[in-house]
Ligand binder design. Structure first.
Ligand SMILES: O=C(O)CCC(=O)C(=O)O
Ligand SMILES: [Fe+2]
Length: 172
């Protein structure tokens, strides 16, 4: 309903046609000596936002995903078995003029079991330009991101690896 009133249906085709899907399986291995102690915690994956448009993630029974709240504290996510978690990535955050939040997340490992996760990353194709639709810009929501080619942004991120890459690269 909301999407219709914003005229979003006309963007459906370009989003679908302009997106590639990447499936990635990940294994987080506890070191051969096992955890230093029963409650020691080890970094599995550095804090980041996904660069994709959307990510759909699932995992085995080993928890470890953490989300950075807007207050700056880390929240441990307990994913029920056979569930999925969806992340908005930088590309969709920019396209939505910041209305959708790309949550910073990381993986912390505890215990002695390997953790497996599987992510489906919906990534804008190389040539796609991310541009905020006029309908998402108004007085209360001034333009936050200039139009940019996704592949250029991705290259910028790879060479600079900074946390606030999107704001620095495309913020107005
Ligand atoms: O393994 C996980 O649960 C998270 C993986 C992740 O955040 C990523 O690959 O971008
Ligand atoms: Fe991620």
């Amino acid at each position: 309903m909301m999407l219709e009133s914003l005229g979003m249906e006309k963007h459906y085709k370009s989003h679908v046609e302009g997106t590639s899907t990447v499936l990635r399986l990940m294994k987080y291995r506890v070191g051969p000596a096992g955890p230093a102690s029963a409650d020691s915690v080890q970094l599995g994956l550095l804090a980041h936002t996904d660069k994709s448009a959307l990510t759909i993630l699932c995992q085995n029974e080993v928890q470890g995903l953490e989300l950075l709240t807007k207050q700056g504290t880390w929240l441990q996510v307990q994913l029920p078995e056979a569930s999925f978690i969806v992340f908005v990535g930088d590309a969709l955050k920019a396209w939505s003029n910041g209305r959708l939040h790309a949550a910073t997340h990381r993986v912390m490992l505890k215990g002695d079991k390997d953790r497996y996760s599987c992510g489906l990353f919906l990534v804008p194709k190389e040539e796609v330009t991310i541009e905020v639709p006029q309908k998402l810009i108004d007085k209360e929501h001034p333009l936050l991101y200039r139009p940019f080619k996704f592949s250029d942004y991705f290259s910028y991120f790879v060479s600079n690896c900074t946390e606030d890459a999107l704001e620095i690269y495309a913020g107005v």
